[in-house]
Design a protein around this ligand. Structure first.
Ligand code: HEC
Length: 174
């Protein structure tokens, strides 16, 4: 468990270091020039907000070396804790069922189970949320639906990451 988080933290550090040197994907504040292409902005946000870390199979474990064509197609690695077992959804399929405006409303109001950082989406501007939507729609539908959520007490048939219960709390907030 600890090894997983150390490795994840290292991956995130390496990934952010990589962003600083990847000039073509760097946001406007880093470099003079025209406003970034909206799709590049969405790609940049998806990378730095860590969406791939959970929603792209093998992304964190390979140090981010997964081609865009496989990005955000969901993950069959479960996250098990007091909330049950959750699976990062296939965002390439998820976005097909939503208009851009519906996505903005959804992102502003969603409360998921852990470890999805729904509060990160709420910290984003509408422009950021729209850029993310356009980039994911640009990638197009791909892959299969992720496994369905399992309630506490059901043993997942897939590999999973186990979270211990917090010391004085049986149930994580929803
Ligand atoms: C730490 C892992 C993790 C990260 C990072 C993460 N997600 Fe998730 N995400 C999940 C999990 C797990 C679920 C399923 C939650 C559930 O079943 O309640 C999920 C669910 C979702 C959903 C579906 C919500 C719903 O129920 O309608 C969306 C949309 C989503 N994530 C988008 C994103 C975006 C965009 C990012 C990047 C900003 C992101 N996620 C980052 C793990 C993560």
């Amino acid at each position: 468990m600890r090894t997983f988080w150390v490795r994840t933290a290292m991956t995130l550090l390496l990934a952010s270091g990589g962003c600083l040197t990847a000039g073509d994907l760097t946001a406007g504040s880093e470099k003079a020039g025209p406003v970034p292409d909206p799709l590049q902005q969405g790609r940049y946000l998806v990378r730095i907000a860590g969406c791939n870390d959970c929603h792209t199979a093998g992304y964190a474990r390979s140090g981010g070396r997964v081609p865009d064509s496989q990005w955000l197609t969901g993950e069959a690695l479960g996250w098990r804790g007091p909330w049950g077992t959750t699976y990062p959804v296939n965002l390439r399929l998820y976005m097909q069922n939503l208009s851009e405006d519906e996505w903005v409303v959804r992102a502003r109001t969603m409360r998921t189970r852990p470890p999805m950082p729904w509060f990160t989406l709420q910290a984003m501007t509408d422009a950021d949320l729209r850029a993310i939507y356009r980039f994911i729609r640009h990638l197009g539908p791909a892959g299969q639906e992720a496994p369905a959520y399992l309630p506490p007490g059901i043993a997942p048939p897939t590999p999973y990451v186990l979270f211990p219960a917090p010391p004085d709390q049986g149930e994580a907030p929803r």
